[in-house]
Write a protein that binds this ligand. Structure first.
Ligand SMILES: [Zn+2]
Length: 98
């Protein structure tokens, strides 16, 4: 059991207002026992239980777990996307430093 029908796996950088809001709210990585700040959003579609409806799941995760997700599903985190996410993160942190 437990085999799930899921597809459309994707990983995108968490940027701009969404990233700022996540930080403001003190969000942490969606992975269990991980307290790092989320800088990526993973998503995939799946069929829910008996009704057979399609749902989409989004989860905000840290860079480490984004890479793990990407590896697991044979996705590529493009260098540009990674750099963009890192850039946004750095800029935001700088803004918050006194
Ligand atoms: Zn994490």
């Amino acid at each position: 059991m437990g085999a799930s029908t899921a597809w459309g796996h994707a990983v995108v950088p968490l940027t701009g207002d969404k990233l700022a809001l996540a930080i403001e709210l003190g969000e942490t990585c969606g992975a269990r026992s991980c307290n790092k700040a989320p800088t990526w959003v993973t998503s995939y579609s799946y069929v829910t239980g008996r009704a057979g409806r399609t749902s989409q799941r989004h989860q905000r995760v840290c860079a480490d777990h984004a890479h793990a997700f990407a590896d697991k599903h044979n996705l590529l985190l493009t260098h540009d996307a990674r750099r963009a996410a890192a850039g946004d993160w750095d800029n935001y942190e700088e803004d918050q430093q006194p």
